[in-house]
Design a protein around this ligand. Structure first.
Ligand code: SAH
Ligand code: SF4
Ligand code: F3S
Length: 436
């Protein structure tokens, strides 16, 4: 056995769910003596928490695993583990490809991480477990949270929607919801640690089924003392309820921001994606949300280059963007994921066309985002202070309730405070201003 000075380096790829899982794994590893380090060279254990939503995400992981090979040669006692979605998807292929990996742990078994590491400390041999993708969610968690003011709390795991392009249901398993009491107690725990902003997480929070509706859960968390801001993601347009819209409109600290991935702006492609709503239905939903929550900020995800996409479909999507006017959009090039239905669809789009369409889509949306931000000039917004900027101690960063990033001048604001900031400048992805 080694002493208590064991060092852990975690690399996290992918979405907020992975960030939350990494914090949980770090908490479990802390219990067996590992403290975090930023420096991989210094680590006794390196854990890579992976994503496989697009090929680019996997390429990054493969590159990173390759880079750790020399480190392992220099320090054979180093334990290298791969967890998360790509671990779930690839399992033993990872070790076949890179035998310097010691263990591969699927998404359903991440709470086993400390047990696995302890057994590898005693006896070194390859360990792989991806057997239970829909594994039970542990009722007690000990996350070692990063950041200072804002944190993520998963309320459910998995996805049952099977959008035809998406690998997530295969690597995250079926939907499982945590009981409300466990969520409440985790929220209280985070508040006690000093966190002011809570984001409730799930692949589709609106299908939360832990014994109350998601809207009820949100309202209950909103009542917990010390939760100064409450957010949630992600919402699927097919089941964002009137009850939820009312909860946001009537909430105390529920932020007026909805991330509502549309994925595409033509009915033909939406159908082929298995999104089960139409453009018309989505537009009506947006209207309803905006009528009930006047200051609401809406953001979305879009995929270009889905198989069968024609220039006509693409133009419809550009028109759709101009009509909805999202505050921001995350835009992706379709990435073929083997095992998903769309991977076998005919009329896959060539790379040059995909890239051209992405550029065009981004330039249309960037104009809209800028226009939306410019409209905020001279207004006063509430900002949750994240901290001083690294380069200038008089400049602070934070987020508005609408989740926009803002840089502002002030001499003495502390992280975690809510301050009013007058906006003086607006850019596509950023606001600037001065605390008043
Ligand atoms: N559950 C969430 C998001 C999961 S993945 C939701 O439904 O909104 C995050 C985003 O990645 C998706 O919204 C989608 O836009 C994108 N995405 C998923 N699969 C993809 C693929 N094969 N190629 C490109 N983008 C993809
Ligand atoms: Fe993927 Fe669709 Fe599930 Fe989101 S709702 S995780 S896009 S299958
Ligand atoms: Fe998230 Fe990537 Fe997995 S987006 S759920 S980490 S495949």
């Amino acid at each position: 056995m080694r002493d208590m000075e064991k060092k852990l380096k975690i690399l996290t790829y992918g979405c907020q769910m992975n960030v939350a899982d990494s914090e949980r794994m770090a908490g479990l590893l802390k219990k067996i003596g590992y403290t975090l380090t930023d420096d991989a060279e210094d680590a006794d254990l390196i854990l890579i928490n992976t994503c496989c939503v697009r090929a680019t995400a996997e390429d990054k992981v493969i590159g990173q695993i390759g880079r750790f090979k020399t480190l392992k040669q220099k320090k054979p006692s180093l334990i290298l583990g791969v967890a998360g979605c790509m671990a779930q998807k690839e399992g033993e292929n990872l070790i076949k490809r890179a035998p310097h990996i010691d263990f591969v742990l699927g998404t359903g078994q991440s709470s086993e991480v400390a047990r696995v590491v302890e057994s590898l400390e005693r006896e070194r041999k390859h360990f792989i477990d991806t057997s239970n993708v829909s594994g039970e969610i542990p009722s007690e968690v000990f996350p070692l949270r990063g950041g200072k003011v804002s944190t993520f709390i998963p309320i459910m795991y998995g996805c049952n929607n099977f959008c035809t392009y998406c690998i997530v249901p295969y690597v995250r398993g079926r939907e499982r919801s945590r009981p409300p009491e466990e969520i409440f107690s985790e929220v209280k725990q985070a508040v006690a640690e000093g966190f002011k902003e809570i984001t409730l997480l799930g692949q589709n929070v609106n299908s939360y089924s832990g014994g109350m509706s998601f809207a009820e859960l949100l309202k209950a968390v909103d009542k917990i003392a010390g939760v100064e801001r409450l957010r949630f993601m992600t919402s699927h347009p097919k089941d964002l309820s009137d009850e939820l819209i009312a909860a946001i409109a009537g909430g105390k600290n529920i932020c007026e921001h909805i991330h509502l991935p549309v994925q595409y702006g033509s009915d033909k492609i939406l159908k082929r994606m298995n999104r089960v709503y139409t453009v018309e239905k989505y537009l009506r939903l947006v209207e309803k949300i905006r009528a009930a929550i006047p200051d609401v900020s809406l953001t979305t995800d879009l995929i270009v280059g889905f198989p069968g996409e024609t220039e006509e479909d693409f133009k419809e999507t550009l028109d759709f963007l101009r009509e909805v006017k999202f505050d921001a959009a995350f835009t992706f090039i379709y990435s073929k994921r083997s095992g998903t239905p769309a991977a076998t669809f005919e009329n896959q789009i060539d790379d040059a066309t995909k890239h051209r369409r992405l550029e065009e889509l981004m330039s249309v949306q960037n104009e809209i985002s800028l226009e939306k931000n410019l409209a905020l000039k001279d207004s006063v917004v509430e900002v949750l202070v994240e901290g001083a900027s690294k380069t200038d101690e008089k400049i602070f960063t934070g987020r508005t309730r609408s989740n926009k990033l803002i840089l502002f001048e002030h001499g003495k604001e502390n992280a975690g405070e809510l301050v009013n900031v007058k906006i003086s400048q607006a850019q596509t992805w950023l606001l600037k201003g001065k605390a008043i």
